[in-house]
Ligand binder design. Structure first.
Ligand code: DHB
Ligand code: MG
Length: 241
């Protein structure tokens, strides 16, 4: 899949010609433009860019990797915290015809663009966006899970304001079924997670998450470093025990 020009072109992304070439090669074979979901996914990135959303959508390779995790596990209920233009939700819903995704987005303009993208992709009936702060919306969802009026979650993707990573993760664990997966984006931050004098919100949020998750008996977790056309970064992946 070739990404529309300018979507991942931000100067702040760390680029390497080898990473970009490998992405281009593998994507051209594994999800070429002949795939039925290809046009809608690229259209979502282009529409998001045209509407001025920040150039921080999750890279197609990682979005697809999460969509395939849902497929492998037969996940029926997924949760996304910080959906931006809905790009990862479209991947997840496209690869999983029976999945329902609850997506939370704090910015009403982003949510409007996301809904337009979901509609164009034909997955709007299975991806529901709730507009609000994660810390307001998630406790209400948890209440529903605890009362039995809402199904437990099998897959969660957290990609929102990084200072609340731990709070979102903790709530997601409480909403999850045994064996559920939780992914959190932007943990490595070009390696800055280990730069002790880096006090950027994203770095502090990533560090707090890694250190608290490591002591959390409810989960087993790992951080995978990633390189791609977009940047050097990485995910935390946890399995709820
Ligand atoms: C950036 C990237 C992300 O994936 C994100 O969620 C937030 C910010 C960035 O590159 O600045
Ligand atoms: Mg992110």
């Amino acid at each position: 899949m070739s990404v529309p020009a300018g979507v991942f072109g931000g100067e702040w992304h760390e680029h390497d010609d080898r990473w970009t070439a490998v992405d281009k090669y593998t994507q051209s074979h594994l999800h070429p433009s002949t795939k039925p979901y290809h046009a809608a996914l690229n259209a979502a990135l282009e529409h998001s860019r045209d509407k001025g959303l920040p150039d921080i959508a999750t890279h197609p390779v990682f979005s697809k990797a999460m969509a395939l995790q849902c497929l492998a596990r037969g996940v029926e209920n997924a949760l996304e915290v910080g959906t931006l233009g809905g790009y990862t939700s479209i991947w997840i819903a496209s690869m999983n015809p029976n999945i329902h995704v609850d997506a939370i987005e704090v910015d009403p303009m982003h949510a409007k663009v996301a809904n337009e993208n979901l509609e164009r992709a034909g997955v709007h009936d299975r991806v529901k966006i709730t507009i609000g702060e994660g810390l307001d919306v998630l406790p209400k969802m948890l209440d529903g899970v605890e009362k039995g009026t809402r199904a437990p979650i099998g897959f969660t993707y957290i990609d929102a304001d990084k200072e609340n990573n731990w709070a979102y993760f903790d709530l997601a664990v409480k909403m999850s079924s045994a064996g559920a997966l939780i992914y959190v984006d932007n943990i490595v931050q070009r390696g800055n997670i280990v730069m002790e004098d880096d006090t950027d919100d994203g770095v502090l949020g990533a560090r707090e998450l890694v250190e608290r998750v490591g002591k959390d008996p409810r989960v087993e977790a790992v951080v995978q470093q990633t390189v791609a056309e977009k940047s050097y970064d990485g995910f935390l992946m946890a399995v709820v025990l």
